[in-house]
Design a protein around this ligand. Structure first.
Ligand SMILES: [Zn+2]
Length: 395
């Protein structure tokens, strides 16, 4: 890659969900340019490509008019197969070390069961890709993108064209944490989805938004930018127009809290950074991250009702999680700050209820045993707490 991060955006159709809704996955800076040496497209018949190109020209005019930005370079179309996408953008993208640590995180924080294989999950979801874009090329996946279905195909192209415009007009910063990445992707996908759902509406179609309550918590974490991005961007668009949306790229939202509560973002609210907790002696740091309000909400929603989950996660002010490794075991520490003592109590109440529901044993002094893990809850101040989770065998 030459200097700038290459933007790859993938539009997927979740056939496994109730509605055949289209969503996208964003990846920044992961894909090497050499990976896009396409061989799968060569066998595609010409009329498929011809009708896709014809539709593209119509959609370009519409998107430029609606979004108020003109494409600076001509857009190309390449055709891929589902098999190619899984091989190159699914398996080819997986960083096994990263996924292993993410799996530890999700298991320690009770979001996925012990026997869950996160690598398989990640490869599986890559197979839902129906379109992608990078620089000035839109990649269409033959099995999912049907140019004869002009309404749906047009909306997909409108979405991808918005991503190409974003690449031309805006500098998109690289996120440092999970919370930042989700917020940034929500801006990018929300902008593209606002354009595609307006395209649909103006052409006699209807978009079917993804709804958090219909998704399991892991899918909701993965799909956050598509569940809440559009409503965030729409809020800003309605208050400040496209100039306001364009300005978002200069000072992008950095936290899922800002996406979930757009009024907070416009008010200038920002989360706080916390000093990392001290790692246990001779434990090597493997991961450090910020998980954010939406993550906490899913963690609670995995076990309790949605309104308790929403309430318990609200009032989040900042967090820092880290995982260290010592003699092949992992220790997780998670420091969370809340707006008020009441917000912290609300979270703790829900968390303790989950532990009791899971038959964890309460030893007193904030110490619990759940299966073969020990969970320590410490209140560091009236609004900051520290959770430490480690195998009982860690001593
Ligand atoms: Zn997208």
């Amino acid at each position: 890659m030459k200097g700038k991060a290459l933007l790859i955006i993938i539009l997927v159709s979740l056939a496994s969900f109730a509605t055949a809704y289209t969503i996208t996955i964003l990846r920044i800076g992961h894909l090497k340019t050499t990976t896009i040496t396409i061989t799968a497209g060569e066998t595609v018949q010409d009329h498929y490509l011809e009708s896709a190109k014809k539709l593209l020209n119509e959609v370009v005019d519409w998107v430029e008019g609606f979004r108020g930005l003109k494409l600076r370079k001509e857009v190309e179309i390449r055709v891929l197969t589902k098999e190619w996408v899984i091989e190159h953008w699914g398996k080819g993208f997986i960083n096994l070390t990263e996924v292993r640590l993410e799996e530890v995180l999700l298991k320690y924080l009770l979001i996925i069961p012990e026997d869950f294989n996160l690598t398989e999950y990640k490869i599986g979801v890559s197979g839902y890709t129906i379109a992608a874009s990078a620089d000035h090329t839109i990649y269409l996946v033959r099995e999912f993108f049907d140019p004869r279905d002009e309404l749906r195909a047009g909306a997909i192209l409108a979405h991808e064209l918005t991503h190409i415009l974003q690449g031309e007009y805006f500098q998109i910063p690289g996120p440092a944490t999970m919370d930042e990445r989700n917020a940034l992707n929500a801006l990018i996908e929300g902008d593209a989805n606002l354009v595609s759902s307006t395209y649909l509406a103006e052409h006699g179609g209807e978009s079917k938004p993804l709804v958090e309550s219909r998704l399991n918590t892991l899918d909701a974490l993965w799909l956050f930018p598509y569940i809440y991005g559009e409503s965030f961007v729409r809020y800003v668009y309605e208050h400040r127009g496209w100039d306001g949306v364009n300005a978002l790229y200069r000072d992008p939202p950095r936290s899922t809290s800002q996406i979930l509560h757009p009024e907070k973002y416009l008010d200038g609210w920002k989360p706080i950074s916390l000093d990392p907790p001290k790692t246990p002696s001779s434990c090597s740091l493997r991961l450090r991250d910020t998980l954010g309000e939406f993550f906490i909400r899913q963690m609670i929603r995995a076990h309790l009702d949605p309104s308790t989950a929403n309430r318990s996660a609200e009032g989040w002010l900042g967090d820092i999680v880290q995982i260290c490794e010592k003699d092949d075991i992992y220790i997780l520490q998670w420091k969370i700050a809340w707006e008020s003592e009441e917000d912290m109590r609300e979270f703790l109440q829900a968390f303790r209820r989950i532990l009791r529901d899971l038959d964890a044993e309460e030893l007193g002094g904030g110490l619990w045993i759940l299966g073969d893990r020990r969970i320590r809850i410490e209140e560091l101040s009236e609004n900051i707490l520290l959770l430490t989770i480690s195998p009982v065998s860690a001593g």
